[in-house]
Design a protein around this ligand. Structure first.
Ligand SMILES: *Cc1c(COP(=O)(O)O)cnc(C)c1O
Length: 425
């Protein structure tokens, strides 16, 4: 098996003596020490991904806000904090988690179409940098709560630019038919309205058009629309200090198909000059492109069976651990941990859950394993553990971080007792 096929994944995985290693750590040893299923993250990979953004933006004022929803493990958040990241949050819980690891609240932005009074109060009391506001109802609510707390709150309206991100329809957010943001055509009037509210300072523009974009051209369309909007607002006396272009850069899941865009190609010279000339701070909210390919999911082959049509490899990780294949039909590459050069078979790799949608891969060509062998699913750092559940009363897996060629446990495997937490009999 050629390892050059992994070069687009930006993670150091290689076979040594036929055993797959991550950053020189033997994955069979990790399975023995921490059991399976197990999420494994590479610090080196997430650091490289972060530095790519930082280098790309080195000559403009910027804040890179890691999208917490992609991977909310507190240790992962702490590593990003120490690299200089801020945080893009979508709930009170995410703000709480970020503050709990000691992040400067002036590096936290808060989006979401359905912020409750309790969440708005919590965010204002914690002095976050700004709200990304998605409706006039929400604006009025923030103004009212800010008045009670005697604060003036920075807000950016989330603009819906009606630009097609050309990605999966579940993860496109910037089309007029999506629930997100406010129609760009009516937004200047809404800024004027906001400017007259006593407890609101509308000094930002926010936009996030979707996720897993492999083509950067939709961003160029967005930049044009943002520049136009900025100029319109300026002529109306509304000053913008922050422009937030969201996240969305895609990663390589399928080596035969996906070429991940490079952050250095995101901001063209025209947009960069515009940011500089107007003394704007550029905010980005990358999630998947920082952590997606920094994680893998280790799983063990339990049984195998065949019927007239198919081979099935039954593994100990299910859709409760990694739901992306079931939810979006997403592709995850799967590798054997022990490279045996045995016969290739074509098999569905399925989990133990009582749902036909419970699979990690369909019709996957893979070396024929024996029961007890380990496999890893690649690209499992984002929207992976963070979407896990206790469905089928399964305990959530442990998580480890590989740093300096050592494995550190960053979340304990759940126990049977954990399954009873908060239940009242
Ligand atoms: C999900 C989300 C992101 C992160 O998107 P990625 O595709 O993971 O980079 C950023 N901003 C907002 C508002 C989001 O909802």
């Amino acid at each position: 098996m050629s390892m050059s096929m992994l070069k687009n994944f930006n993670i150091n995985l290689e076979y040594k003596g036929n055993i797959l290693h991550i950053n020189n750590v033997n994955i069979i040893n990790l399975a023995k020490e921490f059991s399976s299923p197990l999420y494994i993250y590479s610090y080196d990979a997430l650091q490289i991904n972060f530095l790519k953004y930082q280098n790309a933006l080195s000559n403009i004022k910027h804040l890179i806000c890691f999208a917490v929803k992609t991977n909310y493990n507190s240790r992962i958040l702490k590593e990003f904090k120490e690299l200089g990241a801020g945080f893009d949050t979508v709930s009170m819980g995410e703000i709480y988690k970020a503050i709990n690891i000691g992040v400067d609240p002036k590096k936290i932005v808060y989006a979401g179409v359905g912020k409750t009074d309790e969440e708005i109060k919590f965010a204002i009391e914690n002095n976050i940098l700004m709200f990304n506001v998605e409706s006039v109802d929400e604006l009025n609510q923030i103004n009212e709560i800010a008045a009670k707390l005697n604060k003036v709150v920075n807000i950016a309206f989330r603009v819906n630019p009606d630009v097609d991100p050309k990605t999966h329809h579940y993860i496109s957010t910037g089309l007029a038919k999506n629930k997100f943001g406010i129609d760009i055509n009516i937004i200047p009037d809404i800024y004027k309205y906001a400017k007259n509210l006593k407890n609101i300072n509308p000094n930002g523009i926010h936009c996030h058009i979707g996720s897993q974009l492999l083509d950067l051209s939709p961003y160029k369309e967005v930049f044009k629309k943002i520049i136009n909007l900025f100029n319109t607002l300026k002529s109306e006396g509304i000053n913008i200090d922050y422009i937030n272009i969201g996240g969305g850069l895609g990663i390589c899941y399928d080596n035969n198909k996906d070429i991940a865009p490079d952050p250095k190609d995101l901001i063209d010279e025209n947009f960069s000059n515009f940011i500089k000339n107007n003394n704007i701070t550029l905010i980005l909210e990358p999630g998947r492109s920082l952590i997606g390919n920094a994680g893998i999911l280790l799983t063990k082959v339990i049984y195998q069976k065949q019927n007239k049509l198919k081979n099935f490899i039954i593994v100990d990780a299910g859709m409760n651990d990694l739901i992306r294949p079931s939810l979006y039909g997403a592709y995850h590459n799967i590798l054997p941990v022990k490279n045996k050069n045995s016969n290739q078979i074509t098999a569905d790799i399925v989990g133990p859950i009582c749902e036909s949608g419970d699979f990690l891969a369909k019709d996957k060509e893979i070396q024929k394993p024996i029961n007890g062998d380990y496999l890893v699913a690649l690209s499992a750092g984002a929207y992976a553990f963070s979407m896990s559940s206790n469905y089928n009363s399964r305990m959530k897996p442990a998580e480890v971080l590989i740093k300096d060629e050592k494995a550190v446990l960053i979340r304990k495997r759940e126990s049977l007792k954990d399954l009873l937490t908060n239940e009242i009999i």
